[in-house]
Design a protein around this ligand. Structure first.
Ligand SMILES: [Zn+2]
Ligand SMILES: [Zn+2]
Length: 397
C-alpha cells in the first residue's frame, strides 16, 4: 500500500500527552464505486500549510477535546490528521467536479482541474441544513472542520471536497500567502462586519488574525487604529503594519479572571478624547479581553468578538451593555465565498501593500517562519511557534 507522511494527533497515546507525531498514513484515493461522494472530491498535493492558533490549542491539548474525541469515535478511529490552512495542486479530480466549476467565461482563468493551484475553506458545510439553504454556511448545523472533526491537511497528499476549494492565481498571490487565506478570511469577515470608514477602532490581541485586522482596518479607512496586546513584539509588528497607537497590557494580579483592565481602558479614553472607540475587536480570547472590549467602546458603538476560550465568562453589570446601546457581533469562520472574494481582491491588488506587509513583516520573508515538513521535530516546531506570530510548513513547496 502507498503511504504518505502526515502530522497526526494519536489518541492511542491518550489525550493528555501533548504534541503531534509524524506518521505514515495511506495515500488518499478517489474510489467512486465505494464512496459516491468521491465524484465531487479532489486529491491535492499540499504545497504549504499554515499553523493556526487552533493547532496550537490542539498541540497543547487546551482546545477541541470533545470535537476530536466525538468525531474519531464516530469514525471508529484513533488517529486524526491535523491542519486546515493550505495551498496545494490538484492531481486528481472526481468525475463530477467539472460540473461544479465549469465556467464558460474564457476570461475566467481560475479553474478547478488537474494542475490548478487552490486554497480552500476549512469548514466543510453540509449544504442541506436550514442555515446552508439560507446561504449562511458559516453557521452550518452539521459542519465538519478539517484537522479537528475530520482529517486535515498536514500531509503530503489529501482528499478534500471540491466545493470548498478556492482557485489561486499564483502570479498575483504568492503561494505562502495563499496558504493563509483561511485565517486572513477570518479577519476579512471581522473587518467587514461593520463599516470601518472614519471609525476609531481598537484591536485587542495581535496574533495573526489581530494583525491582519490592523492591516484591513487601515485599508478600509479607519481614522484611528489602536492595537492592544501583552506582547511588546506583537505591538511592534502592529505598529509597523500601520496601527496609529499601541497599548501594552501589563500582567498583574486580578480579583477575577474576567475583570477588565482599568489602565488599558483609561488609555483608550485618553486616545479617544473621553468617548471610547467606535469599534472594538476581540481577537485573543481571554475573558478579561472581552470585558476590555465592552468597556472601551463608546455608547452606541460596535463590539466584534472572534477569540474563543472554553469556560464561563462573567460580564459584570451586563445591563450597561444594553443601556449603552452596544451592538455585539460574533464572527465564526468566513462567509463562503463572500469574504473569500474580498480577501482575494485585497491580496491580489498589490498596490495597497497588504500582501507585501504580510510577507515581509508578519512572515519575515520566510526567515524561521517556514518549516520543512519532512524534517519536523517537536522541539523545532514548538520553538518556531513561540518565536513567531505565524509559521507555515513547506510540504511539497
Ligand atoms: Zn485556522
Ligand atoms: Zn449545513
Amino acid at each position: 500500500m502507498n503511504t504518505v507522511k502526515a502530522l497526526t494527533l494519536n489518541l492511542e497515546n491518550g489525550w493528555e500527552k501533548k504534541g503531534f507525531q509524524m506518521e505514515e498514513v495511506p495515500m488518499p484515493v478517489l474510489d467512486e464505486t465505494k464512496n459516491p461522494e468521491d465524484a465531487l472530491s479532489v486529491i491535492l498535493k499540499i504545497k504549504y500549510a499554515g499553523v493556526c492558533g487552533s493547532d496550537r490549542g490542539l498541540w497543547h491539548r487546551t482546545a477541541f477535546k470533545d470535537m476530536v474525541h466525538d468525531s474519531l469515535a464516530k469514525e471508529g478511529k484513533k488517529v486524526r490528521i491535523t491542519g486546515h490552512e493550505f495551498v496545494g495542486e490538484i492531481i486528481q479530480v472526481g468525475s463530477m467536479v467539472h460540473r461544479l466549476y465549469h465556467d464558460p467565461d474564457p476570461q475566467n482563468k481560475a479553474k478547478v482541474e488537474v494542475g490548478s493551484v487552490v486554497s480552500g475553506d476549512s469548514h466543510i458545510t453540509c449544504g442541506r441544513c436550514y442555515q446552508c439553504r439560507l446561504g449562511e454556511g458559516e453557521v452550518c448545523l452539521n459542519e465538519a472542520i478539517l484537522g479537528i472533526s475530520i482529517d486535515g491537511i498536514f500531509a503530503e497528499y489529501v482528499k478534500v471536497p471540491a466545493k470548498n476549494l478556492w482557485p489561486v492565481d499564483t502570479t498575483r498571490v504568492r503561494p505562502e500567502i495563499a496558504a493563509i487565506y483561511d485565517p486572513f478570511g477570518n479577519a476579512v469577515h471581522s473587518a467587514t462586519a461593520v463599516d470601518l470608514r472614519g471609525q476609531r477602532v481598537a484591536v485587542f490581541g495581535c496574533g495573526p488574525v489581530g494583525l491582519f485586522s490592523v492591516l484591513l482596518a487601515r485599508n478600509f479607512g479607519a481614522a484611528k487604529v489602536i492595537a492592544v496586546d501583552v506582547n511588546p513584539e506583537n505591538l511592534r509588528i502592529a505598529k509597523e503594519l500601520g496601527a496609529h497607537e499601541t497599548i501594552q497590557i501589563q500582567k498583574k494580579e486580578k480579583t477575577n479572571e474576567w475583570d477588565s483592565d482599568p489602565e488599558v481602558i483609561s488609555r483608550i479614553m485618553e486616545l479617544t478624547y473621553g468617548k471610547g472607540v467606535d469599534v472594538s475587536m476581540e481577537m485573543a480570547g481571554p475573558f478579561s479581553s472581552v470585558n476590555n472590549c465592552i468597556d472601551a467602546t463608546r455608547r452606541g458603538g460596535n463590539v466584534i468578538f472572534f477569540g474563543i476560550k472554553d469556560g464561563d465568562l462573567v460580564i459584570p453589570k451586563f445591563s450597561r451593555v444594553v443601556v449603552r446601546g452596544l451592538t455585539i457581533h460574533n464572527i465564526i469562520g468566513r462567509q463562503i465565498f463572500r469574504t473569500w472574494q474580498i480577501a482575494q481582491r485585497v491580496l491580489q491588488d498589490k498596490t495597497n501593500g497588504i500582501q507585501d506587509a504580510i510577507w515581509k513583516t508578519i512572515l519575515k520573508e520566510g526567515r524561521a517562519t517556514i518549516l520543512d515538513f519532512k524534517s519536523f521535530t517537536p522541539e523545532s516546531f514548538e520553538k518556531a511557534m513561540s518565536e513567531n506570530p505565524k509559521i507555515l510548513f513547506k510540504i511539497n513547496g
